[in-house]
Design a protein around this ligand. Structure first.
Ligand code: ZN
Length: 188
């Protein structure tokens, strides 16, 4: 980080950070730092303003989400609920996979939902995607993150830098969402 200042774009206050390591413009929305635009070194700062304007809807949605879900407790569920709502969960998973795979175009085999205690999702070596049925209780940005996360495992079966770069193509603020998901008690 080289410099930092506060700008304002249509009532969205944001900070600009110049980074020598960044290769492209990035926006993040966090509980502590608010909206931060990271600008690669040598980029025109005016581009940050344009970028914020373009991403305005996404930013407002993220800010709203931060407010609503701060401090929630982990989920509890019953087998009865699982049986009653697994169809709903499967439909949600299928829709989201279809939506986000529009960006990636990966090949996958089966999508399933399970009642699990410790995982939100997984991706098998054969290309099967599995999700915890409790995704029906998650805020939508977290379902989006989770689905993108598992989709990207179709290409990268690890959490390497390449993997996270792949995730960031669809979910630029994945770091925050990953942290938020952990608050709900299980991992991905
Ligand atoms: Zn993973």
């Amino acid at each position: 980080m080289e410099t930092q200042n506060i700008s304002n774009n249509q009532n969205i206050p944001y900070k600009v950070r110049l980074s020598r390591r960044a290769r492209r413009l990035r926006i993040s929305v966090g509980c502590e730092n608010g909206v931060v635009v990271t600008l690669p070194w040598g980029f025109n700062p005016a581009w940050a303003d344009k970028f914020v304007r373009e991403k305005r809807r996404w930013i407002l949605k993220s800010l709203d989400y931060m407010k609503r879900f701060a401090g929630r407790t982990p989920l509890r569920a019953t087998r009865r609920e699982y049986l009653a709502r697994k169809g709903e969960a499967l439909a949600l998973a299928r829709n989201k996979v279809l939506q986000w795979n529009g960006i990636y175009g990966f090949n996958y085999r089966r999508i399933s939902v399970k009642n699990q205690k410790t995982r939100w999702g997984s991706c098998s070596k054969k290309g099967n995607l599995n999700f915890n049925y409790k995704i029906i209780h998650l805020p939508e940005p977290l379902v989006d993150y989770l689905v993108v996360h598992e989709l990207c495992h179709l290409r990268e079966m690890n959490h390497s830098r390449n993997f996270w770069e792949l995730v960031a193509r669809a979910i630029p603020n994945y770091k925050i969402l990953r942290r938020e998901l952990k608050k709900f008690g299980t991992t991905a």
